[in-house]
Structures are given as C-alpha cells and as structure tokens.
Design a protein around this ligand. Structure first.
Ligand code: C2E
Ligand code: MG
Ligand code: MG
Length: 560
C-alpha cells in the first residue's frame, strides 16, 4: 500500500521560499504556486523554525543567501548538522556569481540566478532537484519493516502526519499493540516461532487499519502502531488479532494488550500521542483481566508526574535531594542477632513533591536509562560510607547496592565499579551487588558473562527478588551468584499456611545444595523469624529488625 499512499498524498509537494525581500517572495510564489504547496519565510531564523517543524514533509528549500541576522549559509550549515534535515535539498537564490560555487560546496543542490529567468526554467530546475532527492532517499532508507511488511517507525510517523494534513478536521486515534511477556515466548518456543507471531499480528493490524482508512507500523520488537479514524471501541481489533493468533498457534497462547490515545484537534506532534497510547498499554501490563486501555485523566496525571520526575532528576542529584538509606541485614545464627551488612536503598526528598519512593521512579528511569545516574550516585555514596565506618568504628560492614538490568548493558560497568571502590579505598568484596532475578530473563547468555566478570573482579553477587517473578530452577544453576535473596512474597505467609512454609523449605534445600547463603527479605513477624531460624536461614532483613534508615540513624545502630 506504500506507493499508493505516497502517490495520493504526495501529489502536491511542499516548498519553502526564504527571502527577506517581499517582492522576491511574490515572484517565486507566483511561479510555483500552481505546482506546489508554497510556504514563506522572511529571514534565516524563521526559515529554520519552519524547516524543523516540517522536517521530512518539506520537499525543497529555495534559499536567499543575503539576509540580516542568520544568513543563507548559516541556514545550510545548521541543516547539515541534522540527520533528517540534511536530506532536504536546498536551491540557493543569488545574484553574485562567486557565491554559487561556495554555496554548492556548502551543501546546496543547485542555484537559481537573480533576477529570475523565465518561469519554465525555474519550474524545471525545482522539479529535477526534488525528483533527484526523492529517488536518493528511497534508495537510502528502508520504508518497510522486513519481517512484517509494516511501515518502519519514522515512515509511519511521517505518513500519519500526512494523513492528518490531508484530512483536516477528522478525529483520529493513536493505537499501540504490545505482546505480554514476549521475551518469554521467544525463550520457550524459539525466535522463529516468535517471528511468526509478529507476522500474524502485523498483517491482521494492517488489514484492520486499511479497512478504516488508517495506516499501521511497527516501532520496535513487539510494539505495533496504528493511526486510524476515531473508533468507539477496539474490541473488534482485539478479537481479530486474537482469532488470527489462535488459528495459527493452536497450542501456545499469546496475550496482547492494546493502548489507545484519542488525539486532540490541537495536537501538533504525533510521537507524544503514541507515547501516551504506550503508557496506557503499559498500565495494564500485569492486569490480566484488562486487554484494552484508553489514556484517561488518571493516566494523564501519572504521565505528568512521570514527566516531572524525568525533568527534575538531574538537578536532584546535583542538589543532593537523593539520599541513600540503609536497611540492616542481621546474622541470626548466634544467640543475639548482629548487623553484618546493609542494603542501600535510594530515597528522593523532592523540594515540592516531598518523599518520592523508589517504586515511583525506578522502573520509569529504567525505561529511559536515567537509572544509571541514580545507581552510580548510590554506589559512590555507599562505598564512601563503608570507608567512613571502617575509619570511625573499626568495623567493616559491607553494603549491598542494587544494580539495574540497564546497568548490566553498560560495557563500562566493571570499570565504573572498580573505580568507585578504589576511590573510596575499600575492597570490591565490601560492595555486594544485588541483581534482580528478572534481569536474567532477557539475553541470558550475555548476562551470565557480565555478572561472572563482576564476580571475578571480587564483587559479591546477590540474586535479588528470588521467587517474585518467573524464576526457573534452571536459572539457579546457570547464573553466577554468592547469595540468594528470597523475595518477600516467599516469606509473607510462612507462619499462616503450610503450603507457603513447604515452599520455603524446598527453596532452602536448594540453596543448601547449591552451597549459597540465603537472605530472607521482608521479615516482619517474630513467627516468621522463628520458622526461618528453624530452617537454618542465616541472614534476615526486614521491618521486624529495622526499616531502612538515614545514614545518621544507621550509625547509631552500629554503635549499639
Ligand atoms: P528491593 O531491592 O527488593 O528492596 C527491598 C524493598 O523492600 C525496599 O523497598 C525495602 O524498604 C522494602 N522492605 C524491606 N523490609 C521490608 C518489610 O519487612 N516489609 C515490607 N513491606 N517491605 C520491606 P524500597 O526501598 O521502596 O525499594 C523498592 C525497590 O526499589 C527495591 O526492591 C529495589 O528494587 C528498588 N531500588 C531501591 N533503591 C534502588 C537503587 O538505588 N537502585 C536501583 N536500581 N533500584 C533501587
Ligand atoms: Mg535489593
Ligand atoms: Mg528484593
């Protein structure tokens, strides 16, 4: 369908005429307006703003060189610095012969002499340059995603924007489809089978979108996009995709989620609209009874809050709004429990929002990589504290820091951590790295390599949140780690029902077999502690002994 759409929507291309003299604008406009959509700018600054706004929708810029403030050369130079804008051809308008050569060298595609030649010649030049550049850009970029045949992300947005332009006043919806736990599907059934799932969803969505007069695309791995005229419900889309999947895969179940954003009339950019649809889609990630979500006021509020946090975090680190709290881990093997280490847990004391809990920002910052800033800060502060306690109290209390899955993809992670312990003058073994169980779900082999390297460098590895997600016993034998942290969910009911207790017994047996230490997290009650001791658990962390506390309070705990 691609060619049709381009043809249909691209019949009248857009050309920008930049000249500070109105008479020149009028002359060129008069020549071009029958053939093109013509926009005008009267100086370099206005031109740049329009070029940026129009982006790839602009087929050509006709550019005067001599203008006050930002001249034509500078406009070209700025365009050259941008990967998208670089692709828009520029024809320079000049009366000075020696400037022609210079402008060609600076990236102009051609030039037109002032005073202007006969209209036919100008039209011919403009046509030729546009055709030349369109051919070139088609060769340079792949418009369709190879696997599904849907539009690749940037083309999708471009054509979606064109649909808006050519159907003014029509209300449209941004639709995002995502597959739940797709990486698990790939792991269980293999990539080839996973690819087939993507193809089935892709072709079903494309048919649906075309039928409504919209378009469909694929953003990344299992994220699909569609831009369609406003619908009252998306049940039909859901059912069509589900049916197609059931037909193709009789044995394995694939679950999809749909997120919708109702695009407003005054909306200028489409990418944020699709981000909101995605937010809606993510909001039902763990809600198995909900399959379709519309971006509503509640989500809007949350979205605004998230945006605020993303905006504020960099300053927050510089302004020391982030604090590292410590929660003690107690060794309970002796007669009296003793603090043997602590977990570093970040707190954000925001000057206007108050205490923001990590639950609100960790996964948000994982999505955009900002988590690395937070984690590096926490690692540094923790290392400095360990050293301080050694100096002041003559004891070594190792600190466990959380390491996000995102950090593990950083090729510098080992060097970073080593630099931090060296600068604080502590041993790598005094910094324990808590790596959440689910970090291993994606790209298992690579994770094993990275974590093994960290272990070899002397850091103690703790597998965090064990039992909270889709743990597999197989993982326990492949992952390198020294300490197993049992998630709260494994502990919560051990004093209330036999099955939970039995489950815990089994996990403790496995840990014994693997010869790794166990830390039980989230211990709140004396009865839980007693059962854990009976089962030979050595280390306990939880409110029963202590909540996470400020470094100052933690220091009084050490003194005691
Ligand atoms: P986590 O690593 O599993 O940390 C344990 C969480 O359980 C902490 O929540 C802690 O306050 C809470 N907790 C401890 N004992 C009890 C208890 O007895 N009962 C209950 N109900 N809760 C208890 P917190 O501090 O809100 O942190 C939540 C999660 O955020 C952490 O889970 C960790 O995954 C993440 N996180 C915290 N700080 C950082 C950080 O600096 N970097 C990264 N990447 N993640 C962090
Ligand atoms: Mg942890
Ligand atoms: Mg945990």
């Amino acid at each position: 369908m691609g060619e049709e759409i381009i043809y249909q929507y691209r019949m009248k291309r857009t050309v920008l005429v930049v000249d500070d003299e109105e008479i020149n604008q009028q002359i060129l406009g008069g020549i071009l307006e029958d053939h093109y959509e013509v926009l005008y700018a009267s100086d370099g600054e206005e031109a740049l703003a329009m070029i940026e706004e129009q982006g790839p929708l602009l087929s050509l810029v006709l550019l005067d060189l001599m203008m006050p403030n930002i001249d034509g050369f500078e406009v070209m130079q700025r365009m050259q610095q941008d990967v998208v804008l670089r692709g828009i051809p520029v024809i320079v308008l000049t009366s000075e012969e020696q400037l022609e050569i210079e402008s060609l060298r600076k990236g102009a595609a051609d030039f037109i002499k002032k005073p202007y030649d006969v209209p036919e010649k100008i039209i011919a030049r403009v046509k030729r340059i546009i055709a030349l550049f369109e051919d070139r850009s088609i060769i340079q970029s792949t418009e369709k995603d190879e696997l599904t045949g849907l539009y690749e992300k940037s083309f999708f947005y471009e054509y979606a924007m064109l649909q808006d332009r050519f159907n003014p006043g029509e209300q449209r919806d941004a639709v995002v489809i995502n597959i739940s736990h797709f990486h698990l599907f790939n792991e269980i059934y293999g990539m080839e089978e996973g690819d087939k799932v993507l193809q089935v969803i892709g072709s079903t969505l494309e048919k649906y979108a075309l039928r409504l007069g919209g378009i469909a695309g694929r953003s990344e791995s299992d994220v699909f996009l569609a831009y369609v005229p406003r619908q009252s419900s998306y049940e039909e889309l859901y059912n069509e995709v589900e049916q197609a999947l059931n037909q193709k895969f009789q044995t394995h179940h694939v679950r999809i989620r749909i997120g919708i954003y109702l695009v407003g009339e005054d909306e200028e950019k489409l990418v944020p609209c699709f981000e909101r649809a995605k937010t809606a889609c993510n909001s039902i990630r763990e809600k198995y009874h909900k399959k379709i979500a519309v971006f509503d006021d509640k989500l809007r509020e949350k979205h605004v809050y998230s945006e605020r946090l993303i905006h504020d975090i960099k300053d927050a680190i510089a302004d020391k709004q982030l604090k590292v709290y410590f929660q003690s881990k107690y060794d309970v093997t002796g007669d009296t429990p003793e603090i043997i280490s602590a977990e570093a847990l970040v707190r954000w004391i925001h000057p206007e929002l108050g205490m923001v809990s990590p639950g609100d920002f960790i996964s948000l910052f994982e999505e955009n990589g900002l988590i690395q800033l937070v984690d590096e800060f926490v690692w540094k502060e923790s290392a400095i504290r360990v050293r301080k306690w050694q100096d002041e109290f003559k004891v070594t209390i190792p600190v466990s820091v959380n390491v996000s899955r995102i950090d593990l993809h950083d090729p510098e992670i080992k060097d970073k951590l080593i630099r931090i312990v060296n600068e604080a003058r502590i041993n790598p073994s005094d910094l324990h790295l808590e790596i959440t169980e689910s970090a291993y779900e994606e790209d298992t082999n690579r994770m094993v390599t990275v974590v093994q390297e960290l272990k070899d460098a002397g850091f103690m590895i703790e597998m965090d949140d064990f039992g909270s997600g889709y743990s597999s016993l197989n993982m326990l034998t492949t992952m390198p780690f020294d300490i197993l942290k049992l998630d709260m969910s494994l502990i919560r009911n051990i004093h209330k029902d036999d099955r939970s207790r039995k489950m815990l017994e089994i996990v403790m047996d496995i840990a014994k077999f693997l010869q790794v230490k166990v830390v039980a997290e989230g211990v709140e009650e004396k009865e839980q502690l007693d059962i854990l001791k009976e089962l030979d658990a050595q280390i306990i962390q939880g409110y029963y002994f202590s909540k996470p506390v400020s470094p100052e309070e933690f220091e009084t705990l050490i003194k005691k």
